[in-house]
Every structure is written in structure tokens, then in C-alpha cells.
Design a binder for this molecule. Structure first.
Ligand SMILES: NC(=O)c1ccc[n+]([C@@H]2O[C@H](COP(=O)([O-])OP(=O)(O)OC[C@H]3O[C@@H](n4cnc5c(N)ncnc54)[C@H](O)[C@@H]3O)[C@@H](O)[C@H]2O)c1
Length: 310
């Protein structure tokens, strides 16, 4: 029988590609989402249009694994609406987890974030280091992690701390560094870098979704970093500029975020990344050249740019 997977926030950037991938792998996939960014999901996805904050989750009995992706997914968005951040994050989680316990799901996988480490001096930012979350986004993710861990006696709990994800999805995010540079390179013929010496750990979206399947199959609890390349923002820009053949402009930034990540723990468990950031650039170039137009040209992109966060 097909394993039933519920993906909360499954219509977003990562979720859209994850639903496609898991359906191809013969899982029975249901997506619960508010569909803020539209619906680009494959027809075979079972759809529940709902806001996590008001959902009673009485249908959970059928599910083997719950993957939780729904969030206000970046620092500036959380800054616009701190209340919605805490409501969608830690506050909605209690009701969800209680129902997961009641209906005896087998596994809960949560998308935390590598950014919750804050700014670290250490070269190897492993899961053993303490957390220094800076923004509401990171702080609320940290609280979610603690709440989820307290349920590990009832079902397997896996907490993933992904790096900045990059590459193509039919719901394309343009507020993440590499995707934004590719968008600028193709549509504006010029990449604008704010600062440039900041380090960003990157993760190709195809490895992100492969890591979800890896954990659906593994009978294990734990917290795992997922990010395999630590690069300076200007290095990323140079590679994009080379592949798209465009110019780079450097401006000042007020963005203090600079972090790196070490993912030896997930490697020791047997996961092997197959893709890199250059694959993401080429995949995006191909999509733009084939006429793909990002639907949201992020509705908050202007605001984010004004704040000099991206
Ligand atoms: N993309 C990245 O680089 C990255 C890196 C680290 C962690 N993450 C985390 O991974 C998860 C998915 O990220 P993404 O890039 O796909 O983000 P996204 O913004 O594209 O997707 C989030 C989805 O959640 C839905 N949603 C938000 N609030 C909801 C609510 N109250 N009820 C139901 N649905 C709701 C949105 O409609 C959207 O489809 C997020 O939790 C994010 O914090 C993402």
C-alpha cells in the first residue's frame, strides 16, 4: 500500500517540488496550504485548502508522515507580521502535534532553518553548537524545535535545518540569494550585490527534497543540518554572471547575516548530495530561456529591496 504523506505548506517553493517528487516515487501525497502563492501542484496531489492556525486536523488518522513546511518563510516577512509568525509557528504547532499523537502518525518532519545558529566564529557549525537566533523568524523556529522534540516518545521527530535553498521550482522564490541573482542576470542583465563578503550555506532544491524522502524511509529521531556548500555572496554572483554573461554591481548593505554550516551528521547517516549550486544556476537559466516567468516576481520584492535585506 502507498504510504500517505501530509505536506503542510506543500504549495510553496520547496513543497511544490517535493509533492511532484514524492508522487513520482509512488507516495500518496496530500497538501494542506492556504495557497498564498497559487497552486502549481501536480493533479495527483490531494488538496486541503486551509489555514494551519484554524485547522482541527481531525483527518490525520490516515497519515504515516507529516511534513511541516508552512511558515512566513523569511526574516523580512516575519518582521512585517510578527504576530502571524508566532501564530503560524509555535502556537499552531501544539494543536497539530496533539492530533499527531492522538491519531498515531508515525513520523513528523519539520523544516527549521540553518539561520537559527546566528553568527558564529566557528568554521564548523554543527548541530552541537548553541543557538543564537537573531530575528523573530529564527527565534520562533527555535521554539518550534523544542516543542517538537518533546513529542519524540509518541512518534519519530526529525528536525531539518536547511541552508539557503536554490534552484528551480514551479513556485519560484526570488528572495533567496542565488535565485535572485539568476533572475537579475536574465531579466536585468546586471546582478546587484549588497556587500558580498557574507557567507551563505547553499543547498540545491533537488537535494533538499531527496533528504525528505531519505528521512521518510529512516526510522530515526534527530536534528540535522542540510547544506553542503558555504560560499561568499560575491562568489555566487561571479558564477551566475559567468554563466549568464552579465555585469555585477556592488552596493553597501545593512544585512548582518553571515553564516556557514556543517552537515557531516547527515552524511554519516548515509545521505549523499547529488547536486550543487552550479546545477541550480543552469537549471534556472534553462527555465528562463524556455519562457518560464516567475509568477510572483515576489510580491514583497520591492519592500525587501528597499530594506536592503536582499
Ligand atoms: N527556501 C529556503 O531557502 C529555506 C531555508 C531554510 C528553511 N526553510 C523553511 O522551509 C519551509 C518551506 O519554505 P519555502 O521556501 O517552500 O517557503 P514558501 O513561502 O514558498 O512556502 C510556505 C508555504 O506555506 C504556506 N503557508 C504559510 N502560512 C500558512 C498557514 N498558516 N496555513 C497553511 N499554509 C500556510 C504558504 O501558502 C506557502 O505555500 C519554511 O518553513 C521555511 O522556513 C526554507
Amino acid at each position: 500500500m502507498k504510504k500517505k504523506i501530509l505536506i503542510i505548506g506543500g504549495a510553496g517553493y520547496i513543497g511544490t517540488k517535493l509533492c511532484e517528487f514524492l508522487i513520482k516515487k509512488n507516495y500518496d501525497v496530500t497538501c494542506l496550504d492556504t495557497f498564498w502563492f497559487g497552486n502549481n501542484l501536480p493533479k495527483k496531489t490531494n488538496i486541503i485548502k486551509s489555514d494551519l492556525r484554524n485547522e482541527k486536523f481531525k483527518f490525520l488518522k490516515r497519515f504515516h508522515t507529516v511534513i511541516h513546511l508552512a511558515y512566513l518563510s523569511n526574516d523580512p516577512l516575519c518582521e512585517i507580521d510578527a504576530r502571524a509568525t508566532w501564530e503560524t509557528g509555535p502556537l499552531a504547532l501544539y494543536n497539530l502535534l496533539e492530533n499527531c499523537k492522538k491519531f498515531r502518525i508515525k513520523k513528523f518532519i519539520f523544516a527549521s532553518s540553518g539561520s537559527i545558529y546566528g553568527i558564529k566564529k566557528e568554521k564548523k557549525v554543527t548541530e552541537k553548537l548553541g543557538l543564537d537566533p537573531i530575528t523573530d523568524y529564527n527565534k520562533s523556529k527555535m521554539i518550534c524545535e523544542k516543542v517538537i522534540e518533546s513529542y519524540k516518545k509518541y512518534f519519530k521527530t526529525v528536525i531539518l535545518r536547511p541552508a539557503t535553498v536554490c534552484g528551480f521550482s514551479k513556485r519560484l522564490r526570488l528572495d533567496v540569494v542565488l535565485n535572485l541573482f539568476c533572475y537579475q542576470a536574465y531579466y536585468k542583465k546586471k546582478i546587484t550585490i549588497l556587500g558580498g563578503s557574507q557567507i551563505r550555506p547553499l543547498l540545491n532544491i533537488n537535494d533538499m527534497i531527496r533528504s525528505y524522502e531519505f528521512f521518510i524511509k529512516k526510522n530515526i529521531n534527530g536534528i540535522y543540518n542540510v547544506g553542503f556548500e558555504n560560499l561568499q555572496v560575491k562568489e555566487i554572483a561571479k558564477k551566475v554572471a559567468k554563466i549568464f554573461n552579465c555585469k555585477i554591481e556592488i552596493k553597501k548593505t545593512n544585512d548582518p547575516r553571515s553564516y556557514r554550516m556543517n552537515s557531516d551528521k547527515i552524511i554519516r547517516l548515509g545521505f549523499r548530495p547529488k547536486y550543487n549550486y552550479e546545477n541550480s544556476i543552469n537549471e534556472l537559466k534553462e527555465a528562463f530561456e524556455e519562457g518560464f516567468i516567475p509568477s510572483d516576481i515576489n510580491w514583497n520584492l520591492k519592500w525587501l529591496t528597499k530594506k536592503k535585506w536582499i
